[in-house]
Ligand binder design. Structure first.
Ligand SMILES: [Zn+2]
Ligand SMILES: [Zn+2]
Length: 378
């Protein structure tokens, strides 16, 4: 069938809205009509080819939509279900079987490889040229997608579906790092480095689990203001590089029980480690480029017993964790919608530009269905 997708054809090139051909649904796939799709930093770095998903490609990995068709081998999903689309995993390796599927042995190929496991892609352009598909099992910068079943997360139908896509990656990453990985108890302290979509989701989660000191660190004053509105008890402007000293001063020289690094900047990770209390843990969700290193103090560190924990996708099993976040949102205890700004699908370039400039925390593209809807059966 024909549908419309945003195609990246060259490194750092624009998102071009094109008519594309979506192939037949495979037995282990679900065809989804997209309603919304979040814009995540990972889409931007793949467009830059830091992670070399083959171009041309259709990106997008925070989709939300309605199920239109279900492959014969898929169970637990029905036509008409409202779904959020998340990370894709194999379901068979040791990590997947142990419930640690975000560390799936096949994670890179299934999320960044640009094809199905059999090497085929679901998408062709108007000239019959192959387009990378199945980005995070979905490639959701498109009006319709054939999605790997492991990426599909059914949610309750009585919440605004167009808003829910970001739960599939960015929001899950920040909230999960707090709620699944670091697990600070009620009454404990946390410092969150970086007040973007991931960091602010961590602030929201820290508030939801009852942290009583929540320090947000960023270099953009407007973001620190928003962090305060969302539950940060203290904010630190990181521009002068003294954030660790400032956090120590805020905590009477004790440091924080947990810290979360969301920026991908080595010096910021060092500051996060230096902000920890004795036996504290620093979690890392900010992706650094392959080969990047960070130096830590190790002499006095031993007596402090601090830990470093790498975290992917908030250690979440999306099919259980995303419905939890939806429920917290419904109860007003996780207002992640405060991070979202909506854009029409046609304005995808503006959405990325605003995100890069810091004007928007979490852009969400909306796929309005109108009489002029270009989708049709071929
Ligand atoms: Zn696996
Ligand atoms: Zn993402």
């Amino acid at each position: 069938m024909l549908t419309e997708a945003a195609v990246v054809r060259e490194p750092n090139g624009p998102f071009l809205i094109e008519q594309v051909e979506l192939d037949d649904l495979r037995p282990d796939e679900v065809r989804v009509r997209l309603v919304g799709a979040g814009v995540c930093h990972t889409d931007a770095v793949v467009r830059e080819q830091v992670y070399p998903t083959p171009l041309p490609a259709v990106l997008g990995h925070e989709g939300s939509g309605v199920v239109e068709a279900v492959g014969d081998a898929v169970v637990g999903v029905a036509v008409g279900d409202h779904v959020v689309l998340s990370v894709n995993t194999c379901g068979r390796c040791r990590q997947c079987l142990a419930g640690d599927s975000t560390y799936c042995a096949d994670l890179y190929a299934r999320n960044f490889g640009g094809t199905r496991p059999d090497g085929s892609t679901a998408l062709q352009d108007g000239e019959g040229g192959q387009l990378s598909s199945h980005f995070f099992g979905q490639s959701s910068f498109a009006r319709r997608a054939n999605v790997q079943a492991r990426s599909v997360v059914p949610i309750r139908p009585d919440v605004p579906l167009e808003l829910m896509g970001p739960l599939g990656c960015g929001i899950q990453t920040g909230a999960g790092a707090v709620m699944n990985s670091l697990r600070p108890p009620a009454g404990s302290s946390i410092a969150v480095f970086g007040a973007g979509a991931v960091g602010l989701s961590a602030v929201l989660a820290a508030r939801a689990v009852g942290c009583t000191r929540i320090v947000a660190v960023d270099v953009v004053p407007e973001r620190l203001e928003l962090a305060t509105e969302l539950g940060a008890t203290d904010v630190v402007d990181g521009r002068d590089g003294s954030s660790a000293e400032r956090i120590m001063a805020l905590t009477d020289g004790q440091g924080v029980d947990v810290a979360l690094e969301t920026t991908g900047v080595a010096a910021v990770l060092r500051s996060a480690a230096d902000s920890l209390a004795i036996r504290g843990t620093v979690g890392v969700v900010g992706a650094q480029a392959p080969g990047q290193e960070t130096a830590f103090e190790t002499g006095l560190s031993m007596t402090r017993g601090w830990r470093l924990q790498m975290i992917i996708e908030g250690d979440a099993v999306p099919q259980t964790f995303i419905p939890q976040l939806v429920e917290l949102w419904r109860q007003g205890r996780f207002p992640f919608d405060r991070l979202v700004t909506s854009y029409a699908f046609a304005d995808i370039e503006q959405a990325f530009a605003d995100s890069a400039a810091g004007r928007t925390i979490k852009p969400v593209l909306r796929f309005e269905t109108t009489d002029a809807e270009p989708d049709r059966r071929s």
